[in-house]
Design a binder for this molecule. Structure first.
Ligand code: HEC
Length: 197
């Protein structure tokens, strides 16, 4: 095995998929159920990425962590999406990967969460209807100290060499300059129409 961290990621994903709670039959899901399921999926997805990131950081520092794992962020969310039968996405106004571009509804949620934070409050997760009438779970993604190595201030939190690696893969990167407690973006988890009455 050339990259043991990848094996660990995969094992983690399998475990995460098995932990999923039994799903209710279509039509029986209440608003609270969607909220709860959204929270759980976001938690599992966050753990999957964090476990992967922590391991890779430990093994080879920021450059290796990006190289090993972050290129696979979207594929990992794709496989979790399959396991949970939903669409899992992270999005932001300040993107690193342009593929994570927010939709109109996601832009509204990002704006709303930023407004709540600007008034000194903590935004709550919520379930809304998207443009196509599907239920979507949104939750804020906040910056923590661990994130600064790759999303903090360049040359201060992010080493110049590490930033070169980031920039070589994401040449339109706008996801730096953050400090802890700031809103980095949102989770957006879309439930399939079959889950809805
Ligand atoms: C080892 C470097 C690294 C660390 C540490 C890191 N990130 Fe990232 N982050 C990235 C990379 C690389 C991407 C682009 C992933 C992709 O291609 O989808 C990214 C993308 C994101 C995105 C998706 C939106 C976008 O800009 O494309 C969010 C949200 C995000 N990170 C939040 C966080 C948070 C919150 C933390 C801390 C808990 C964190 N990141 C820690 C490297 C890192």
């Amino acid at each position: 095995m050339r990259h043991p961290s990848i094996l660990i990621c995969i094992l983690y994903l399998l475990l995460a998929a098995c932990q999923q709670e039994a799903k209710k039959a279509d039509g029986e899901m209440t608003e609270t159920d969607y909220l709860e399921q959204g929270r759980q999926i976001a938690q599992v997805s966050f753990s999957a990425v964090s476990a992967r990131l922590g391991k890779a950081l430990e093994e080879g520092g920021v450059a290796k962590a990006i190289e090993y794992c972050n290129l696979n962020a979207i594929p990992i969310f794709d496989s979790l999406s399959l396991a949970h039968e939903v669409e899992i996405k992270r999005t932001s106004f300040q993107l690193r990967n342009p593929r994570n571009l927010p939709t109109v509804g996601e832009r509204a949620a990002l704006k709303k969460y930023q407004d709540v934070i600007d008034t000194g409050n903590t935004p709550d997760p919520e379930v809304v209807l998207d443009e196509a009438g599907r239920r979507v779970f949104h939750a804020p993604i906040m910056i923590q100290p661990l994130c600064l190595k790759c999303h903090g201030v360049i040359g201060q939190d992010i080493l110049d060499n590490d930033y070169q690696v980031i920039r070589s893969m994401y040449n339109n990167d706008r996801a730096t300059g953050y400090s802890p407690g700031q809103l980095r973006g949102i989770w957006s988890i879309t439930f399939p129409p079959s889950d809805q009455e």
